[in-house]
Design a protein around this ligand. Sequence first.
Ligand code: ATP
Ligand code: MG
Length: 452
Amino acid sequence: MNIVTLSPRQFTAQVFGHELYWKPMLDMYEAMLEGGRHSVSGANGVGKSWTIAEVAVHYLVKYPDALVLITSSSFDQLMNGVWRYISKNAERLRALGVPVRVGARHISMGRDRFIHPISPSKPESFAGIHSEHVAVIVDEGSGVPSWIEETLEGNNPHLVIISYNPLRPAGYAYKSFCDPGYTKWTFSALDHPNVKQRKRLIPRAVTYEDVQRKLQSWGEASPAYIARVLGQFPEAAGNRLYTATALENARRLIVPDVAATTVLLGMGYDAGFGGGDPSDMTVLRMHGKNEYFSFVSQEEFDYAKIALTNTQAIRIMKHHNILPRHVLLDKTGAGIGTIQDMHARGYKIRGVNFSNTARDDDSYSDVATEMAYEVQSVLDEQILSLAGAPQELFDEMIARQIDDDGDRKGRLKLEPKKKLKARGLPSPNRLDSLMLALRAVKKKSGVNYVFG
Ligand SMILES: Nc1ncnc2c1ncn2[C@@H]1O[C@H](COP(=O)(O)OP(=O)(O)OP(=O)(O)O)[C@@H](O)[C@H]1O
Ligand SMILES: [Mg+2]
């Protein structure tokens, strides 16, 4: 058989040994083989990396001068993800008698064509690479550094593919999405054959159950659901976490009487060092089982002595009858000494570490970011009343943003406090203590609730 003349459908069937079940993926595959710029936005597990890996190998076969460069959000991600698929595909080609050499980090066909993995952390020059058929492929493109973007602008590859989960309307991925020079491909998990037919037609790809689970834990209005299931960029007020409208609604929200059945009081305790780094304590009330949350009080103390601050914490706990297990504190920094002193006094309050891995560590860079989104989610659902909260809290909330650069894995990450400072804004201690308070009172539900 002459594999060069096979159509994409025949090629995948005869070389890779399977049908391309999903028509839009097949359309994309065919278009990519002809070159051009492609921006691929999609849900998790729909087959983006898989398809791109097939395109890379097919491209190598199709053009006698093909030079394929492929990268991802990190070298590990690359080698464990799309590069593995590519190697397997190249092996299949070899098994059919095509003269491909498959090395651990290089795949070549004769002297003039190759597929080469590139580490995103090591700027490389594409300058030495000359060919009519250069392909630059970026998988997990939401976490790709700017040097690749610059390199792309300087050269003009025959084929450019950038594929990503559209978590943040920022960065290179978003730019390609908005650029009319790119052909856009969007893959929603809801359209995937596995999900539509509620059968595992394509093994290991997204399933109906996966989608249901995400819907349950995130809700259909959440940015995580919009990005990771619908494959679309969540509409955001820039990088802001909390919109003015959402905050205004929360300030006006009066919790209905019906929700007054069960109540639980909890406190979020953000410990500071004193001397301008204050400690903040927020008391929240939960009504029903996660039906509503309402603001009770927030106090700020600027004592340099842990013991003095803790005396205030204990006063608040006694005043509202709050049990130690319903008090949550960030254990990093000043928090360590604070929690030890509380425990020594017999108040076994709980701790969580803001910089730990999030429960949903596919979406969030750390616990703090995940908690900031928990606040966003109760605001969006209009079940958090902030009536009576101090203006300083609203000021901190309106300023809080998601970082432009995200993290190396393309996950959501809060703007670092250093950058906030550079923008002339104070440390968001009041918001931190609100985030802690919400987690302290929220009853276990989906992925939202965990004590670190
Ligand atoms: N056409 C296909 N035929 C057979 N298996 C497939 C096909 N497409 C995808 N798969 C399977 O589905 C799994 C998920 O696909 P893939 O890794 O490409 O998803 P993705 O869209 O890149 O998701 P993520 O955003 O999580 O990286 C793959 O491991 C592969 O086993
Ligand atoms: Mg992938």
